[in-house]
Write a protein that binds this ligand. Sequence first.
Ligand SMILES: [Zn+2]
Length: 695
Amino acid sequence: MTIRCAAPAGLAAVLALCCPPVAAGPAAPAAVPAAAVPSAAGVSRVDMEPRVDPCVDFYRYACGGWMANHPVPPDQRAWNRFAALTDANRGKLRDILSADAADALPADPADRAGRDADQRKLGDFYASCMDEAGVEKRGVAALQPGLERIAALRSATELPALLARLHQEGVSALFRFYSAQDSKDATSVIAVVDAGGLALPDRDYYLKTDAKSTEQRAEYLQHLQRMFGLLGEAPARAAADAAAVLDVETALAKASLDRVSRRDPVKVYHKLGRDELAALAPSFGWDGYLAAIESPPVSSLNVAEPDFLKAVDGLLRSTGLANLQTYLRWQLLHAAAPWLPSAFVNENFAFFDKTLGGAHELKPRWKRCVEATDDALGEALGREYVARWFDPEAKQRTLALVGEVEKAMGRDIADLGWMGGETKRRAEEKLAALANKIGYPDVWRDYSRLAVVRGDLLGNVERADAFALARRLAKIGKPVDRKEWLMTPPTVNAYYSAPMNDINIPAGILQPPFYDPGRDDAPNYGAIGAVLGHEMTHGFDDRGSQFDGHGNLADWWTPADEAEFKRRTACIADEYSAFPAAGDLHVNGRLTLGENTADNGGLRIAYQAYEASRTGKPRQTLDGFTPEQRLFLGFAQIWCSNTTPEAERQHVLTNPHSPGRYRVDGTVVNMPEFQQAFQCKPGSPMAPEKRCRAW
Ligand SMILES: [Zn+2]
């Protein structure tokens, strides 16, 4: 019951939205992404709005046509190039899964035995999800055992075993327990106790007192009441239960760190011994919990937010058993809602996707089921996707491009005027240690221990979550698996991992408009080249720069260089904080600092790599655009987007990425190369006097 929008824990530096706003469009499978056929220049003119002056609003100039022609589909919160490509991929995955569900195996699978077992699981999982009539007929029976376990809770001493079971089944009640690389010793995997337990998108939704937040909390209370009502509670009881849930979650929210603080790796690292953990929250039986969740031996662990755990302890002492049971019942119901009969699915959609997210219609069932299967068996599904849809040559070409962009980054570091030689050497060491993972994993995940039962949707989702957690906990005390991926191959996204010091570029993004081997080089450098540069720069953004080349949280900066770096990133933070968004809000320049730094550095080194690649080649104007203009247009056109007002609000409040328009305009204003390419007069909006630059 993984909540789909949660980025994998510890995965801060993804390329796009942590939850790429999933797509809609026509129900036809494998729809071609709705983009115009590119010209010889590789730039889509129909997506542009040529009457806009590129020096006044480059985003609109590059994307105005796309925006006019691609309104947000009714079942989406937002629509953009990532979403459109995700939608097309989803159609391909449906073809695979429909065949698996019908037991129609492809003629020539390489490793027949293992793949057949996986394909059967994929088919059974997908078929169970698509069986809407069966789900309706079962009603809440699938939820009943969980509800009964909660109802049977008699005392606080029984809580650890119950909570462990809920955590295994994907219910994130009270706190989260998982494993991660030790920030100060990236060669070892340790246990982590982290904040959790909230159903709303962020702690601020519980705490802010402005009119919109107050209104959304009132709507949340109504939603809670209706959900309890669907479980059969009378209105007065449902209202009381809703209030109890909001009380518990508000107490947890008050003790949770805000999102900006959570970006600081020091603030979420507190390595404690078992006795210290017990002292922080003595009301909770940790030994019983660790045994019940089948954790390997834990002598020390990271308590990411000690104050949060103290608050949990306070809550356990002050909240009566009945209210705690109500809260747990809600958390179970909330996690299960998408897999229950339609009354629950629709109510869950009405609040979380419509009221908070601005979507007008529920996604067709097949899309939800493809996503669920990707969540549960993503590498089994990804293996089939790669075999059918990924061109091995794309991997080789991308690796070559990675090499060029890396070299450009090396030259960029060497040429930085503001950084001293000692820090540069350390930065170069870190860059040299960077690992590049392209397309799909070298070693596929083994799903042999995951049982999938045809006809038991909720059970399958719960078993998949239990399998994923067990797999993760089994890593505690073992050597780090450097071949592992945290995104599935069809994903249209990419990420950098600081503790691994690697970039990961799934097969799903190596397609137009990001990458097209048949088009001119310039837009490819501007699009996928800037994506590669973005991920590399994450190793050197305000957060990544605190980790060394071995993935350890260790300061490798001279004090003077560090002070100058902070001054430079503060310039970027202030720049983006001035951008208005979502009506009365502004972009949060501190929340988005890492992503904005990566956007700026990424485009600059992609530009430099492109210029280097052209040495000795003729300079060609294509379709009226110079090579540099094509590069900047290729960059801008991957960020074309439309967003509902509700989704934009949620994005600005919770997402570490800037909205699409500022990923373009906020980046190019800092590049004299852009102003030269479009001959912008100094002082025009895209050529301001003040520019920011870190890398
Ligand atoms: Zn990123």
